[in-house]
Write a protein that binds this ligand. Structure first.
Ligand SMILES: Cc1ncc(COP(=O)(O)O)c(C=O)c1O
Length: 405
């Protein structure tokens, strides 16, 4: 039997994370917000912390604030994020720039760590920035790209990765959770395969950070990047994170060798010497309001607990698949995400000929999903802010739309 609205309300009553909704500025506009996997809602404490930083630290202390704490924020907040949801020990993560810029740095850094190898492996269905950067970095270094061409719901498999790996592979870049289908890859297994041929594994964690527990150290990941404005709720364009495993620190180099990555920033010396720590991955002056926004938001994830967040993500996506099957599949839609929750991240994607029209009608009805070309509607479910009742209402509105087509 299909879950009723009362069933959804009962799930909310029993939800240990339900009180976290009060931690966010919810507004009263959308009937349902299902796009937290593109832009998370604003946490109240993040707004307060940014205001405090601007008003009191910038306004009150002015330049003295750098010495009074700002200089160390990239690695301090990186460590907090790593502890809250990356499964990484301190000293390996920084907050800086955007995911795109950090992918550029990691691609060069990874290839430099494997000199003499001339191939990069990447996925032809990955997020555009990943593909474009792989192409441009490979081109500038005279390297070749070996493209994986997975079915996006199945994701990259062991056998498909084995086929392209060789002693020529320098680096493999993979997205942990697919931005369209939500398919989640096995980090440990695929990283071990990459290591079998002596290459390095770099992971894009944009769609998993803050919603899926990660174990970067235990899974022997070499390099990773991810954004903070989706499930980490740090705000539009908030700075990204970048992880380099401890074993590569000291030897890792990246191409944007600005003064913040040098061994002694204030020596202002004649030649560049890279910092031996994770700071080697920085470039220029940190964007302080962005980093404190990440810090405040990460504290919420730490309080809720990433395991509890994952448990709710599984329950939300299961309910979503159940309602889509009951209400939308009979009207020509398909679930374009893995049906097995163990292989799925925090969003569910539906696909159909009339997706564009349906997505526009959902917007008009104040149900906010995400549309992805050519025919996909992503339903992003953020465990700290999405309630079961909100999800039920969203799909009920959508049912009305498809029935009227
Ligand atoms: C999987 C993935 N990688 C990379 C990016 C690019 O991030 P940015 O535009 O912040 O550089 C995104 C953005 O949504 C993404 O979803």
């Amino acid at each position: 039997m299909t879950s009723t609205y009362d069933d959804a309300v009962a799930l909310d009553r029993a939800d240990p994370l339900a009180p976290f909704r009060a931690e966010f500025l919810m507004g009263d506009d959308p009937v349902a917000y299902l796009d937290g996997n593109s832009l998370g809602r604003p946490p109240l404490r993040t707004l307060e912390r940014v205001e405090q930083t601007l008003r009191h630290e910038w306004g009150g202390r002015l330049i003295r604030s750098w010495e009074e704490g700002w200089l160390d924020l990239p690695e301090q907040v990186g460590d907090r994020l790593a502890a809250a949801c990356l499964g990484a020990a301190p000293g390996q993560t920084v907050i800086a720039e955007s995911t795109s810029v950090n992918i550029f740095k990691l691609l060069h850094a990874g290839c430099d760590l494997r000199p003499g190898r001339d191939e990069i492996v990447a996925t032809d269905s990955d997020f555009p920035t990943d593909r474009y950067l792989v192409e441009s970095v490979a081109g500038s270094r005279g390297m070749t790209v070996r493209w994986l061409r997975p079915n996006i719901v199945e994701g990259v498999t062991e056998s498909s990765l084995r086929e392209v790996l060789s002693e020529r592979t320098a680096l493999v870049l993979l997205s942990h959770v697919d931005y369209r289908s939500g398919a989640m890859l096995d980090v440990r297994m695929l990283t071990a395969l990459v290591h079998e041929v002596g290459a390095l594994a770099a992971w894009d964690l944009c769609h998993s950070a803050g919603v899926v527990p990660l174990a970067l150290d235990a899974d022997a990941v070499d390099l990773a990047v991810g954004c903070t404005y989706k499930y980490l709720n740090a705000g539009p364009g908030a700075p990204a994170f970048l992880y380099v495993a401890a074993q590569h620190l000291g030897s890792v180099r990246q191409p944007i060798t600005g003064w913040w990555s040098s061994a002694d920033r204030f020596a202002m010396g004649p030649t560049y010497e890279a910092d031996p720590s994770i700071r080697a991955m920085l470039s220029g002056t940190a964007y302080v309001p962005g980093i404190v926004a990440v810090d405040a938001s990460v504290s919420l994830v730490a309080e809720a607990g990433i395991e509890a967040i994952r448990t709710k993500a599984v329950a939300l996506t299961d309910l979503c698949v159940e309602l889509v099957d009951a209400w939308l599949v009979p009207h020509g839609f398909e679930v374009a995400s893995p049906r097995d929750a163990a292989r799925r991240g925090g969003h569910v994607t539906i696909q159909g000929d009339r997706s564009r029209e349906v997505s526009a009608a959902m917007y008009a009805a104040k149900v906010v999903p995400d549309f992805r070309n050519p025919d996909m509607i992503r339903l992003g479910l953020s465990p700290l802010t999405t309630s079961y009742a909100e999800l039920w209402r969203a799909l009920d509105v959508t049912r009305g739309i498809v029935e009227a087509l």
